[in-house]
Design a protein. Sequence first.
Length: 298
Amino acid sequence: MEYIRDIHRAAQGEDRPVFSIEFFPPKTEKGDASLLNRTIPKLMDLKPDYCSVTYGAGGSTREKTLAIVREIQEKHGLTAMSHLTCVNATEAELKAYLNEAKDAGIKNILALRGDPPAGTTEFQATEGGFEYSYQLVDLIRSLDGFSIGVAGFPEGHIACKAGKQADWDHLKSKVDAGADFVLTQLFFDNQDYLDFRDYTQKQTGLDIPIYPGILPILSKKQITRFTALCGAQIPAAMTARLEEIGDDDEAVVEYGIEYATEQCQALLKAGVPGLHFYCLNKAYSTTQVIKNLGLKTP
């Protein structure tokens, strides 16, 4: 398996964008079977550069995250990255997870502070744990053997009351601690990403790749819930179109593919280093967008 920093470097040499896909650990055995036996094999046909697997709220999917990452790497030969958060974990527990990941052949970690556990509104550091994601990055770097990704927020983190530029300034502390690349939260207005990229590069001197996170819409109800949780904005034109479509989920999916395709085309034209797709454990929409883009892979 490769380090993602090396994947990026190789893609630069080939003058092509990197593209990756994110999965989440299902909550049921049926979901596990669908992801592992249907969704992932279908998306492997696209030859993504790598994939990532999320880490449930409060570390609730710790073992399943590792198991899925390990299976993807061993069964499909695809580099896979494990997410890791600071929530409900001491430094010793985080270190144990990282050593377990290393023993499983996992070379890439997405280091996150994490959202507050269900039922709480504000993040509280665990005694003996970390309050900020840069501290987790620092721990991972100290152990060697990992390429480290961090999150970026084109519209600012929902918990940062000082505004988005103040949030963007925090990104530098993660990079200074040892981050190799950034994956952004979902967004629908490309200008938000471009402003974020230009600010962090010009004002804070960041020179690591910032991959935009793309979510092809699957349903109106779902996207309304997602954006409310993360603070992303739905453009007025998108809202109007979704209202026009109504409850026809199939039509929403096709609109989501059309919108994501146009969004990605514009981003690629603007020189992004790659694209990270939030597929929500579904293959169809991401497959169609990638085919529409005609992305070249190794």
